[in-house]
Design a binder for this molecule. Structure first.
Ligand SMILES: Nc1nc2c(ncn2[C@@H]2O[C@H](COP(=O)(O)OP(=O)(O)OP(=O)(O)O)[C@@H](O)[C@H]2O)c(=O)[nH]1
Ligand SMILES: [Mg+2]
Length: 351
């Protein structure tokens, strides 16, 4: 489930950090009478009454005249992309308000002394609570047997499963399905035991899994399911067509929302660039933007490939998709790009 991201914006010294500390009931951010105390965005994951799981985001003040001011302001503005509700400590910030309005982000103005319960109530009203969506959508019904192919390679976290796998497993149980898990190595054996109604695979092994399956068994991937739930899958499918137009002079941006330290089998840094270069030529340029570093100017790129977004919220993915479309740069994501690169996009079932 996506946590509600609540960001606090205001002039320097307006009490943003004090308010966050009061909301959290702990010292999340440093407070001082010196203007410009908060420099980088500070994020605090917390559970709030009425609002449930949230991320509070403290930002640097917007009217800091210091030398570092412009850089701080850029970082503060970048927070808008991940904001579900903006709390403003002043209603006199026309530039920021216009930007929030353009992004369709609900705003709440906090008046000094109004109290925390009243603020929580305002935020709860402003937050657009979306109905919970199934990741597996119309692809399954109660009683179905679903086979999950989950490679446990060096990139898999030690001793546990990655979030999309956990989420899908839990959902299948909730939906009354029977789930069977295997690795690519144990796939043949699993297929001898059951004929699945659906196979959900890690998209990195789309090709071999597809070859092992008879064509009438529906096939999809964890990242396709996530892409559909978090972003606009039709845009991603459309965007993937740009892969056919890439050549050795093209520039591709790979955007990762999380900040895991890459390893040798890394999908975004190694696997996808290798597949792209094999197709478009060795000269193809690939740039990586990790975490919150999403370039402001997207126009130099011929294609943007976004990660599976297991840790990014819908708001962030939508905001980046909107920016890409505004800059007229095609955007797709790992799952769809991998399916396209492995020549089986048409074979994939979308939720
Ligand atoms: N009287 C009063 N003082 C407050 C209140 N909130 C904050 N302050 C004081 O205002 C000063 C600035 O508070 P901060 O919370 O650090 O303000 P900020 O907006 O985070 O400031 P920067 O990080 O520098 O942009 C501190 O001295 C606080 O003690 C309030 O509600 N009432
Ligand atoms: Mg502060």
């Amino acid at each position: 489930m996506d946590r509600l991201h609540i960001a606090f914006f205001g002039p320097v010294n307006s009490g943003k950090s004090s308010l966050i500390n009061a909301l959290a009931g702990q010292e999340v951010s440093l407070v001082s009478p010196i203007p410009g105390t908060t420099t980088d965005p500070v994020r605090k994951t917390i559970e709030l009454p009425e609002l449930g799981p949230c991320v509070l985001i403290d930002t640097a003040g917007l009217d800091d005249g210091s030398l570092l001011g412009a850089e701080r302001e850029r970082r503060t503005r970048a927070v808008i992309d991940e904001t579900d509700v903006a709390v403003l400590l002043s209603d006199a910030m026309p530039g920021l308000v216009a930007e929030l309005e353009a992004c369709d982000i609900p705003m709440v103005v906090y008046k000094r002394g109004q109290g925390i319960p009243a603020l929580i109530e305002q935020i709860a009203k402003a937050a657009r609570v979306e109905e919970q969506q199934w990741l597996t959508g119309k692809l399954v019904k109660a009683g179905d047997c679903v086979l999950l192919v989950m490679p446990q390679d060096s990139e898999a976290p030690k001793g546990r499963l990655i979030l999309p796998q956990v989420q899908v497993l839990r959902e299948l149980l909730d939906r009354g399905c029977n789930a069977l898990c295997c690795t690519p190595e144990s796939l043949q054996n699993a297929l001898k035991k059951v004929t699945p109604d659906l196979v959900i695979t890690d998209s990195q092994v789309f090709g071999p899994v597809n070859s092992a399956l008879s064509p009438e068994i529906p096939l999809t991937s964890f990242s396709v399911l996530l892409a559909a739930a978090k972003g606009d899958i039709a845009t991603f499918v459309e965007g993937s067509a740009a892969i056919d137009k890439l050549n050795s002079n093209s520039r591709v941006l790979i955007a990762e929302a999380c900040t895991h330290v890459p390893d040798t089998e890394d999908i975004g840094r190694v696997k996808i660039p290798a597949l792209l270069r094999k197709r478009a030529g060795e000269g193809l340029q690939v740039e990586i933007a990790a975490g919150n570093d999403f370039p402001e100017d997207l126009t130099p790129y011929d294609l943007i490939i976004h990660c599976g977004s297991c840790v990014a919220t819908k708001t962030l993915v939508r905001s980046r998709t909107r920016k890409a479309l505004l800059a007229r740069v095609p955007i797709t994501n790992y799952g769809i790009a991998l399916a396209k690169l492995q020549g089986i996009l048409g074979r994939i079932s979308l939720p």
